[in-house]
Design a protein around this ligand. Structure first.
Ligand code: ZN
Length: 118
């Protein structure tokens, strides 16, 4: 399967994620999806990111903002159900709140981030 096909599958799964989140009372707004190399370089230089190998560069990642009862939240506990759903949609899907898929809050936590890691 080529990159473009993966990108389309990723986008379709994001639509399911959005529907699921709203159905669970977590409303979403978009953060970043596609990111240019120039933007990624700025993030690496400023310490916001540690890698130039981000799936945002491949159109295979998206960041969301979450609203629970109208209040902005990025708490692991608030988002975990959505992260688990994301990982159930495709074996290559990863949630930034649980990079290693161990269901435990540990290591580097990036709850807004959902990606397909092909
Ligand atoms: Zn991200």
């Amino acid at each position: 399967m080529g990159l473009s096909q993966h990108q389309r599958e990723f986008t379709l799964n994001v639509s399911k994620l959005i529907q699921f989140a709203f159905s669970k009372g977590i409303e979403l707004t978009f953060g970043e999806a596609y990111r240019t190399r120039e933007q990624q370089l700025l993030y690496v230089q400023s310490g916001k990111s540690k890698t130039m190998n981000s799936n945002h560069l491949r159109r295979l990642a998206v960041d969301f903002n979450f609203f629970k009862n109208g209040n902005l939240t990025y708490k692991f506990e608030d988002i975990k159900e959505i992260g688990d759903y994301w990982e159930s949609l495709h074996p290559k899907n990863r949630w930034g709140g649980d990079w290693n898929k161990n269901d435990i809050k540990d290591g580097f936590i990036d709850t807004p981030h959902f990606e397909m890691n092909i």
